[in-house]
Design a protein around this ligand. Sequence first.
Ligand code: SF4
Length: 75
Amino acid sequence: MVRIIQQRAKCIGCNACVEAAYNRWRMSRKDGKSTLVGGEDKNGFVQVVVDDHELEDNLRAAENCPVNIIQVTKI
Ligand code: SF4
C-alpha cells in the first residue's frame, strides 16, 4: 500500500499533481487548490492510503510539486 499526504493549506494550485496522477488529484473550484481524492483531513494534513499501482504517478506528483507539500510513502 501507499500513503499519500498533502499539506493542503500551502498548495499554490499549480496543477502539477493533477497532471502527474489525474485519478488521485482534482483542482477545487472553491479555493483553487488541489484536492487529494479520497483524502481525510487531519489537522491540515490530508491523507489517503491507496494501492501500489498508484505509487509511480504519485511519486511523480510529489517530485513535481513546486512547494514540496506532497509526501508519498510505501507502507
Ligand atoms: S503540485 Fe503541489 S502546489 Fe501544485 S496543485 Fe499539486 S499540491 Fe498544489
